[in-house]
Design a protein around this ligand. Sequence first.
Ligand code: KG4
Ligand code: ZN
Length: 329
Amino acid sequence: MIVVGIDTSCDDTSVAVYDGHRNLVLSNIVSSQYEFHRPFGGVVPEVAARKHAENIDVVFEEALRVAGIGVDDIQLVAVTRAPGLLPALLVGLTFGKGVAFCRRVLFKGVHHIEAHLLSPFIGSEPEYPFLGLVVSGGHTLIVLAEEFGKYRVIGKTLDDAVGEAYDKVAKMLNLGYPGGPVIDRIYREFKGEYLELPKPRVKGFNYSFSGIKTAVRRLIEKGYPAEQVAASFQKTAVEYLVGKLKRALKETGVRRIAVSGGVSANSLLREKLKELQKQGYSVFMPKMEFTSDNGAMVAYVGYRRFLLEGGDSLEVGALPRMPLEGVSS
Ligand code: KG4
Ligand code: ZN
């Protein structure tokens, strides 16, 4: 079954073509809008929506061309419907419905976090139970995935997402947008001493990143060099992420970890997870191209949801928020 996956939930316009029977991604085109949001140091929803609208047909055509298929070959259209920036989501959803309507093919709305959660398994099948660490610009979650569709969020950030903290710290240090890749590079090149930053104590497996951000601001005001502040921030943020994850592993007794989202591209986080692998845990990480928002993960999850529950009607709407627990359309 040939599936088209579409994601316009934030600032990437993405369309992928996926062969469900062969579990094979035939193309995955991502058009990033970074340059348009850079002057603002963050994503502006109306700008994102306008750029998606200008670009989606081009990205769609490119995805079909690379996959070597025509519009007539599409059998299922899977689109991110929630959560995300509402005006941005609506562009992909409406475009996807248009394709499904005109070609008289099946349609499936997809939950963006479920797509990230299962992205480490694209090309294979998810192994349950696992603990999912979903770390992106909009989300920081620890999810206990018991089986396909049965998820329990056991930890989440109480304020900023970790990627958002990266972006805000980079903005304070005038390092540009998005902050993650720049700070990661600085960390790799940094040879000096790390500065002490607090790891906020919050209940259970929850996180808080606003205190770290405030501490960073103070260090900048005291005149510490940008490289030292940035590298210290990364060390603290990643140790904090992994520390809580380790506690969750211990308390749940789960032996599998699947990390996903834009921040899962982080080199230090990957290093720390490889250490856990050496300790006997099974660690699943997405390919680099599937870390940030992409259509492939939407097609992968959309196809599996379709097999389980069939297609959706075109009445499915976009939602800025939608709980992951009990997700179904
Ligand atoms: O998953 P994603 O593309 O979009 C959302 O759904 O939010 O994540 C984007 C986030 C940005 O905040 C970006 O700074 C961060 O992922 N990011 C990184 C790295 N690459 C991207 N954070 C840390 N280290 C990286 N190497
Ligand atoms: Zn995302």
